[in-house]
Design a protein around this ligand. Structure first.
Ligand code: UDP
Ligand code: MG
Length: 346
């Protein structure tokens, strides 16, 4: 791998060996949770007793997150840090984490401790049984608003109905993936990513483990309604053509109704009845159809914009700094054209 700014390394002789377990944590302004995250994570992972690394992806944080993570890395080289040049979003941060993770098993987990790290032990047990994707299923969600609960429920059910892949209900991104799955995932470079969906699309031997989703440990949600809506749109457009097909269905239905209307009007006129006379009906019909047409133009636009983004073929993310990856052979994956914009500092 090309490194732009390889600093002299005091421990250059120390060859990096691949750990058994990688834990990927996306970090966006999480200074309030980082110390507790480190404490709980090390406790759990040390208990499991396998070699591990924690790959933190700083997604353009504007608080002290990066400094804190660097400090952790300096004291404990198992903590690794990839820092984006700006905020690229949660799904992209996870993607980068999977690009950089070296482990035979890779866990994706939120920084805010809503996903209990203790579950990783259960996941590892399933992994040893031979499962390749072990996803956490939310049995209970405490401390979240009624609105979020309800919209999340509706979202997963809607998605299941209209998409072509079998995305398990009430699962988040909290999951363990075998290295084979991670390597396969690295080949999926679409820009508008819905990682849960992609994970289902990949297949492999999958199993769910139930867990209780805790409250956020500290700080506030980094997923405002705006980002949730965008994720929903990405999820639907990534896995379903239904919104596009709706135009066809609607067109046929309306044409059928219109035909009946025409026949009916002709029959009424012939029998001397002047019902449906006047401008109001015309105006209503025209405006209604105009509205419907604009809606479907908008839907086509959503898909078109995404096609445009794909055709530009920009890299998914830009890394400004990476700590802890010097000497690592296959990062980033050869499938990604990211050789240059990259500084590995160690
Ligand atoms: N996150 C991120 N980039 C973003 C938004 C969120 O990396 O643009 C991270 C965040 O730091 C956290 C995880 O994604 O580790 C989930 O975010 P959050 O807990 O705020 O979402 P919620 O649980 O409220 O849906
Ligand atoms: Mg959270």
């Amino acid at each position: 791998m090309t490194s732009i700014a390889p600093l002299p390394r005091s421990n250059a002789s120390q060859e990096q060996t691949r750990p058994t377990l990688s834990v990927v944590v996306p970090i966006f302004n999480e200074e309030a949770v980082i110390p507790e995250l480190y404490r709980r994570m090390t406790e759990v992972l040390d208990k499991i007793g396998e070699s591990w690394e924690m790959v933190c992806i700083n997604d353009g944080s504007r608080d002290r997150s990066v400094e804190m993570l660097r400090e952790l890395h300096d004291n404990d080289p198992r903590i690794k840090l990839v820092s984006f040049s700006r905020n690229f979003g949660h799904q992209i941060a996870i993607t980068a984490g999977m690009d950089y993770a070296q482990g035979d098993a890779v866990v994706i987990i939120d920084a805010d401790l809503q996903d209990p790290p203790e579950l990783i032990e259960t996941m590892m047990a399933k992994w040893r049984e031979g499962y390749e994707v072990i996803y956490a299923v939310r049995a209970d969600r405490r401390g979240e608003s009624f609105f979020k609960l309800w919209t999340a429920r509706a979202f997963y059910r809607l998605l299941r109905r209209i998409t072509d892949v079998d995305i398990p209900l009430d699962t988040g991104d909290f999951r363990l993936m075998d290295r084979r799955v991670v390597v396969a995932m690295r080949r999926l470079r679409e820009h508008h990513r819905f990682m849960r969906g992609l994970s289902s699309w990949l297949g492999f031997r999958q199993v769910g483990v139930p867990y209780e989703r805790a409250e956020r440990y500290a700080g506030e949600t980094k997923y405002p309604l705006r980002k949730m809506l965008r994720l929903t749109m990405d999820a639907i457009t990534s896995f379903s053509y239904l919104p596009l097909r709706l135009a066809t269905y609607f067109g046929f239905s309306l044409a059928a109704v219109s035909l009946i209307g025409i026949l009916l009007t002709v029959a009424l006129r012939l029998s001397g009845n002047n019902a449906f006379e006047g401008q109001a009906t015309t105006l209503v019909a025209v405006l209604f159809l105009g509205g419907i047409q604009l809606i479907f133009l908008g839907i086509i636009g959503e898909y078109l914009g995404r096609i445009y983004d794909e055709s530009k073929d920009r890299p998914l993310y830009i890394v400004s700094l990476a700590y802890g990856f010097a000497g690592v052979e296959d990062t980033p994956p050869p499938a990604v054209n990211l050789e240059e914009p990259h500084a590995v500092v160690d």
